[in-house]
Design a binder for this molecule. Structure first.
Ligand code: KIV
Length: 279
């Protein structure tokens, strides 16, 4: 484990049981920073779990990075339940948070409860995430009182891309005060953590200080309690990543090289040899 894990009990610590909402709350009290990544399948979930990632999000970003849509809107509860179940099966320590997709919770608290219950019962999720501020408070209250931990999501909430008119920074100027009020209301409604996406650093810092639940930034600067990235972005699979993405690997280049080598060896007859054949 890297030296960073020695200053972080949540990242890399306590193998042998799942990370819980209590662990996450305690990390905030200790002023401990931690990483979250998205995951959509069992094999990558196992790698991230073994690397000590404490929280994995089965994001509705799956619509784009798994299913190839150009927004998060088309993905369904059924789509994400299969992926969430795979991530739960592939991991043993991380808390697995499932995104409630567009159209699965906005209509009413009852709709939110039915969707979230499916994620908990059918996929084994440990928490759900939903987007929005004041308008989803009744949903959050209903889920929390039913025993379902809820992660909030403010700022650039991609399910509202058509209202925003594109993927743009949110919370500049006066709208920052609205976001701050929403953040406090989400905490009050019982959310255990809050994603802040594409908001100015100053605003994210102010929200992080004002809340007692952890903030998880993506394009929100260095001051949030946690940071999240979509794994295909951080591994270099995404063609045109956003400004907030740091590329930690060139998986696209490595996969291209590997598959070309395989193809060349098939064509030339260099693969398979006796080593990879049965007698
Ligand atoms: O769907 C997703 O991957 C997300 C993260 C970007 C926070 O919501």
């Amino acid at each position: 484990m890297s030296s960073a894990s020695s200053v972080s009990a949540l990242y890399g610590g306590n193998a042998g049981r799942r990370v819980t909402v209590r662990d996450i709350g305690a990390a905030k009290a200790r002023h401990e920073r931690w990483p979250m990544v998205t995951a959509y399948d069992a094999m990558t979930a196992r790698v991230f779990d073994e690397a000590g990632i404490p929280v994995m999000l089965v994001g509705d970003s799956a619509a784009m990075v798994v299913f190839g849509y150009d927004s998060t809107l088309p993905v369904t509860v059924d789509d994400l339940i299969s992926l969430t179940a795979a991530v739960v099966r592939g991991s043993s320590r991380a808390m697995v948070v499932a995104d409630l997709p567009f159209g699965s919770y906005q209509a009413s608290p009852q709709q939110a409860l039915e969707s979230a219950t499916r994620f908990m019962k059918e996929a084994g999720a440990h928490a759900v995430k939903l987007e929005g501020g004041t308008r989803v408070l009744p949903q959050i209250e209903t889920l929390v009182s039913a025993g379902i931990p809820v992660m909030g999501h403010l700022g650039l909430t991609p399910q509202s891309v058509n209202v925003f008119g594109g993927y743009r920074v949110q919370g500049r100027g006066q709208s920052g005060e609205e976001l701050m009020a929403d953040a406090k209301a989400l905490e009050h409604a019982g959310a255990f953590s809050l994603v802040l996406e594409c908001v100015p650093t100053d605003l994210a810092n102010r929200v992080t200080t004002a809340l007692s639940i952890p903030t998880i930034g993506i394009g929100a600067g260095p001051g949030t309690d946690a940071q999240v990235l979509v794994w295909q972005d951080l591994m270099g699979l995404t063609e045109h990543p956003a400004k907030f993405v740091k590329k930690y690997a060139d998986l696209a280049g490595e996969m291209h090289r590997a598959v070309r080598t395989f193809a060349d060896e098939v064509v030339t007859g260099a693969f398979p040899t006796a080593e990879h054949s049965y007698s």
